[in-house]
Structures are given as C-alpha cells and as structure tokens.
Design a binder for this molecule. Structure first.
Ligand code: AMP
Ligand code: MN
Ligand code: MN
Ligand code: MN
Length: 282
C-alpha cells in the first residue's frame, strides 16, 4: 500500500489547488493520502472530495508551526508537528490555528521591512500576490517574490541568501508552544507526528530531550521517510522509532512542480519492522 501523509496546497505555501495535489498523489500511485497545509485546514474539504473521487483514502491533516525551547531561557527552535486524522471543525484546533495565522501577519510585515532595508522593495505586496490564502503569508511566498524581483535565481537560493537565520530577511518568531499544539491535535481526535526530524538545528542531546517531551505529551509518531531526509537519516530516524517506540510516517512534503524534489508516493517504503502510523486507522 502506497501511503503519503504530508503535502501542501494553495491553502498554505503549495503551488497547486487541493484537488490538483490529490491528482498528483493518485498519479504517483498513492492509495492513502493526507493534505497537511501549514496552520490552516481550509483545503481539506476540496482535498477529501477529490481523493474519494480518485479512489484514495483521505486523511485530513495539518502541519502546525511550533516554537520549542529545551528550557525557558534558551533560544527557541521552530519545529513542525503534523496532526493527522483530525476533526478540522474542532473549535479548540480552529482557535489555535487562527492564532498562529494572526501572528503570521505581523511577522510578514517585519520580514518585508527588513528586506526593504536590504534593498528589496515591495516585498509585502510581492509576497501577498503569491499567498492565495491571505491569512497565510509564508517565507515561501517571499521566496517566490525574490525570484520574480530578480534578486535570486531560485526559491532555494532565496532561502539561503535572504530567509534563513542570520540572513537579512529572517525574523525570529514565536509560534505555538509544543504543549498547545499537542492539546489542539488531541482535542481534534488526531495523532501527532514530528515532521522531518532531520531538519532541526538541534544537537543530539536537545533532540533527545525534544522526543522525550513530545512522547510525554502524548506524541505517537515521527516521519522517517520524508522528502527532506537523506538515506542516512532514513536509517537514523528508523532507529529513533525503535528506541522510543514511535510509530513511523511517510510523506513527501510535496509543494508543487518545480519546487519539490520528491513527488507524492515516490519515497522508499518504511523499514518492514517499524509500525506505520496508518496502522492506527485500519
Ligand atoms: P514559514 O512557515 O513561513 O517559516 O515557511 C516555512 C516553509 O518554507 C517550509 O514549510 C518550506 O516549505 C519552506 N522552506 C524552508 N526552508 C527552505 C529551503 N531551504 N528551501 C526551500 N524551501 C524552504
Ligand atoms: Mn512549506
Ligand atoms: Mn515542515
Ligand atoms: Mn510541510
């Protein structure tokens, strides 16, 4: 069974409509598919209808932006927690996500101001043009504008030259706390999954501490097979699952043609000894 439980549409920073992402997933041979837009569930109804039409099982999801600190004094790290099989109508979850989206507005203004100082004019209007969901202006939308403005030659280069920590358009931001995000996912009846654990700039001790806290808060699963892991990281995080007793997930983190290295449904299968997160729904 081909399962892909991480993807994005124009409801956040993807390039395709939810129904178009569904079609891409089906074309990649996916049988069970989740749409997991950042901090927003607005694409799920269209995605679910399209998936059913295409004969795929649909899992409603969301990717929540979290700021985690090893202790209250330490600098925060942004971590993405995917909530799978959520009730998108749950009021607690809806309120929580609305709060994160409200925070994105002020952040976008600060990013645009800082980019202006760095010589990039019109960044706020430029990014907004790409953000089809007006409540969800993300760095990806600024990146697309930086390409359009001729400042960089690719979205990837926009991140490395302007939008990552230490670069002129990077603005530190406080997202939801891990405790909040876990509570919202649980209130909505979902299962919490750590997205692309190999991407975080945490040392092994801090990452272990994070996994411990995640588990204590009811976290059940981590992504092992994701578009952002190397082969070494597949093995490393498979071992993490065995160590902590986590269920394993697989998801391309697809954002659209030309911007994603991995198409939906094309990642390697999970190692056979791991328990897939989708075993919860059989
Ligand atoms: P935001 O939530 O606004 O901070 O935007 C985060 C999004 O930016 C991620 O979900 C990715 O889609 C994208 N992103 C982050 N880093 C990179 C990178 N180095 N290259 C391309 N896209 C990136
Ligand atoms: Mn994204
Ligand atoms: Mn992510
Ligand atoms: Mn993602």
């Amino acid at each position: 069974m081909n399962v892909d439980l991480h993807s994005h549409s124009i409801a956040s920073d993807g390039l395709l409509k939810p129904a178009e992402v569904a079609a891409r997933a089906r074309a990649g041979g996916v049988d069970v598919w989740a749409l997991t837009d950042h901090d927003d569930t607005g694409g799920l109804a269209e995605a679910g209808a399209a998936a059913r039409e295409l004969g795929m099982r649909f899992i409603p999801g969301v990717e929540i932006s979290v700021t985690w600190r090893a202790d209250p004094q330490s600098k925060g790290t942004t971590i993405h927690v995917v909530g799978l099989n959520i009730d998108a109508e749950n009021p607690e979850l809806m309120r929580g996500l609305a709060g994160i989206r409200a925070g994105r507005e002020g952040r976008a203004q600060r990013i645009a101001f800082d980019l202006g100082v760095a010589g990039v004019a019109g960044a706020l209007e430029g990014a907004r043009k790409y953000a089809i969901n007006p409540e969800l202006v993300s760095r990806t939308h600024f990146a697309r504008y930086l390409v359009e403005a001729g400042k960089v030659s690719s979205v990837h280069q926009a991140f490395t030259r302007y939008l990552t920590e230490g670069k002129p358009g990077y603005v530190a931001h406080d997202w939801a706390s891990l405790t909040e995000a876990m509570a919202w996912i649980q209130a909505a009846g979902g299962v919490a999954v750590v997205a692309h654990p190999g991407r975080y700039k945490l040392g092994s001790a801090a990452l272990a501490r994070f996994f411990g806290e995640f588990k204590d808060l009811g976290g059940r699963a981590i992504e092992v097979m994701t578009g952002s892991h190397t082969t070494d990281q597949y093995n490393h995080f498979a071992e993490t699952c065995r160590c902590y007793g986590f269920l394993a997930s697989r998801g391309s983190d697809y954002h659209g043609p030309g911007e994603s290295r991995v198409d939906p449904g094309t990642l390697p299968a999970l190692p056979a000894d791991l328990t897939p997160v989708w075993s919860l729904w059989n």
